[in-house]
Design a protein around this ligand. Structure first.
Ligand code: SF4
Length: 709
């Protein structure tokens, strides 16, 4: 197999996987294992203080894996195999495939699909490539499936979307945290210490989750609502806040707008009604309110649970309303935050690979934004296309309105909702090009597969869940035959008639990104590679001007937001009145149960990378179906026996795992695997009207013994 170059010495960088972006050092392996490279946690990086989870620790294994791609693959005839090809042939094929479709059907028949794992530089270059070189409006990315509803709710309430408006280090110092639909014990284990420390200092941890997760086990209070009802739960708590006279009237008057409407909406959700909707007893609700309000400061943190719903934006909005009514936002050690999932989930949404956005988190339909970015790009604003389709709508349009696709950093055959349908749409394309490090399930369908460099083989920045811009440094050379995404875009741009070239040096791209972001909501203009290295990360916004508080020197960056004012026009946070509504699918006679999906510690997202790391695969070799003993008894299913989960969209088969840690009306499946056990064969693509987030977290299913089907 290809052996990557060993790092000459220890190189400081960050993990390729989740949004915690743990600091790690890559160094020559002591025992020559893992292709000569090992990853060790960096104790000096204050987020993980040396800790890494199994995914981060084993990440170097993929650098030297025999299954990684080390040369382009081309399908030379329809229905034929993917065969090795030269870069010349492969790039020519991609350029021809994209331009033929463009010539025949117009620029919007060509789509681009990106990912929340791409570095800031790549996300920026991909958006620019789509809009200038291809001239298409049809670009979106898998981050739409990740936290887009939290982003929309943050924009709506605070005028700015940064997942966490405070650093993680504030968590142990607050008085109470409500974690909603978040399971860091499994998804980002090193983050768990923040909550453990909170409890050691006497703070309270409340976990809202239909499952008794390993995170819930550590909570002072665990509320287990029916999936898809946490909006009602938040409203019930707000109702009690009002009824018990716990509203912070002074804060509401001074720093918010819209309270009367939000209050009226909450008052319509009296606790007994909320108990009927959620299944959470009123006394538990009261306990949660007391823990939250008795503490001098408190936080609500959400993750995918409340966000991946067809009412995700309103659900997050309901939790924000609770924070605002109690004065728990825009104050030290208090606030609402989102625990972003993907490695660059935050940065991925700021630089223009989102269907409706330009760099700097600017809106594509804002004339001033178009003008600014067009100036940086040296083009007329009129050549910039308008907003395109959101991720699921784009995938759903493949083979119809969108007939050619360039995809990088994503594996929607496994990770998209209603995945069998999405797979069919992808297979019906006139032309598909995929950039990846391995032959993912989506790459297998491509006409051309371009092997790209991995995280440790190129430099770039990511923006962690804290809104902190970090530097991932190149530590080893990529094998010959592999190119970086930036080099691929440059080579394609040249072939597609873009004469000005696309920079391939990440620092040069970052320089351009800084200019494009200047004055935008996510302003990076004061951030340089050098500063990131010296300061071990810089929190945006960080404009290229002095801080304005009289202190000398450059802007220090902004670890804490909203302490003086929110980012809305009038500086006030906006209450948004929201009401309970049921999930898009409710159980009925045919599909009497609810399915919720999620993750396991040893796998990441679609598993394209982690399933190919032996140690992780041994730890989590395949999917399973969690069911309550009562349900298992009724079905006559024993632990380990294969069961079929059936929804209106498909069927998935996996061994039963029987646990009292789940509601009897709910089953759970992790979604990291393709094939017969693909959980996303079942999930519902019903979209949130505001964020266009699909309803991954709840749909109606029935469960059968697999033999009975
Ligand atoms: Fe990597 Fe996330 Fe694990 Fe840290 S918690 S090592 S960032 S996957």
């Amino acid at each position: 197999g290809p052996a990557p170059g060993s790092p000459a010495a220890s190189v400081e960088t960050h993990c390729p996987y989740c949004a915690l972006q743990c600091g790690m050092a890559l160094r020559p392996a002591a025992d020559g294992a893992a292709g000569g490279v090992e990853a060790v946690g960096r104790t000096a990086f204050d987020v993980n203080r040396g800790a890494l989870c199994g995914k981060g620790r084993t990440a170097p294994a993929l650098l030297s894996s025999r299954v990684r791609l080390t040369g382009p693959l081309v399908r030379r005839r329809p229905g034929g195999p993917l065969e090795p090809a030269s870069w010349e042939e492969a790039l020519d094929r991609v350029a021809r495939g994209l331009s033929e479709v463009r010539a025949a059907h117009g620029p919007d028949a060509v789509g681009v699909f990106g990912g929340g794992g791409l570095t800031n530089e790549k996300a920026y270059a991909l958006g620019k490539f789509a809009r200038l070189v291809l001239g298409t409006s049809q670009i979106d990315y898998n981050g739409r499936f990740c936290m887009s509803s939290a982003a929309a709710a943050l924009n709506r309430a605070f005028g700015l979307d940064r997942g966490l408006p405070f650093p993680l280090a504030d968590i142990p110092r607050t008085g109470c945290v409500i974690l909603v639909g978040a399971n860091p014990a499994d998804t980002m284990p090193p983050a768990l210490r923040y909550f453990a420390e909170l409890r050691e200092r006497g703070g309270k941890l409340v976990v809202v989750d239909p499952r008794r997760t390993r995170t819930a086990e550590q909570a002072d209070l665990h509320l287990a609502p029916r999936p898809g009802t946490d909006l009602a739960l938040a409203l019930g708590m707000l109702h009690l806040v009002v009824a018990e006279g716990r509203v912070d009237e002074e804060f509401v008057a001074a720093r918010t707008t819209g309270w009367p409407e939000a209050r009226a909406a909450a008052m319509a959700h009296w606790p007994e009604l909320v108990e009927r909707i959620t299944g959470v007893p009123v006394p538990r609700l009261r306990e949660a309110v007391a823990m939250f309000c008795d503490a001098p400061a408190s936080m609500v943190l959400t993750a995918r649970g409340p966000e991946q719903q067809s009412k995700g934006t309103d659900t997050v909005g309901a939790w924000i309303n609770l924070c605002l009514a109690t004065g728990r936002a825009g104050r030290p050690l208090s606030g609402y935050g989102c625990l972003t999932g993907q490695g660059n989930g935050q940065g991925g949404r700021e630089h223009g690979q989102k269907a409706d956005q330009l760099p700097g988190y600017r809106r594509l339909d804002d004339p001033a934004a178009r003008e600014h970015v067009a100036r940086v790009w040296g083009v007329d604003p009129d050549v910039l296309p308008g907003p395109g389709r959101s991720a699921y709508e784009l995938l759903d349009a493949l083979g119809r309105d969108v007939r050619a696709l360039l995809l990088t950093g994503s594996n929607p055959v496994v990770s998209a909702p209603r995945a069998a349908h999405v797979e069919e749409r992808i297979a019906s394309l006139d032309f598909l090009a995929v950039c990846d490090v391995v032959l993912s399930e989506t790459a297998k369908l491509a006409d051309v597969v371009l092997p790209v460099a991995q995280w440790a083989e190129e430099t770039g920045t990511t923006t962690s869940l804290e809104g902190r811009v970090l530097l991932r440094r190149k530590a080893v050379d990529a094998p010959p035959g592999v190119r970086t995404d930036l080099e691929v875009l440059n080579a394609l741009a040249a072939r597609l008639g873009w004469e000005r070239g696309f920079p391939t040096d990440p620092e040069e791209v970052f320089g351009e990104l800084r200019r494009a972001s200047a004055g935008g909501r996510a302003d990076y203009s004061g951030i340089t590679y050098r500063r990131i290295a010296e300061e071990d990360g810089v929190f945006w916004p960080c404009p290229d001007v002095p801080a304005g508080d009289g202190s000398p020197g450059p802007h220090p960056g902004t670890p804490r937001l909203f302490l003086d004012r929110f980012a809305t026009d009038d500086g006030r946070a906006r209450f948004v009145p929201v009401a309970h509504r049921p999930p898009a699918e409710e159980p009925d006679a045919e599909y009497p149960l609810l399915l919720t999906t999620g993750r396991v510690p040893a796998q990441y997202q679609s598993g394209a990378q982690t399933r190919r790391v032996a140690e992780l695969n041994d730890a989590a070799p395949g999917p399973f179906v969690e069911l309550h003993p009562r349900l298992a008894g009724r079905l006559g299913v024993a632990g380990g026996e294969p069961v079929a989960v059936v929804s209106r969209r498909g069927r998935a088969v996996a061994p039963a795992r029987i646990t009292a840690g789940i509601r009897p009306d709910t089953v759970f499946m992790p979604f990291h695997w393709p094939g017969a056990g693909r959980a996303n064969s079942l999930t519902n693509p019903a979209l949130d009207p505001v964020s266009r987030m699909p309803e991954f977290k709840v749909c109606a299913v029935r469960v059968e013994r697999a033999g009975d089907g």
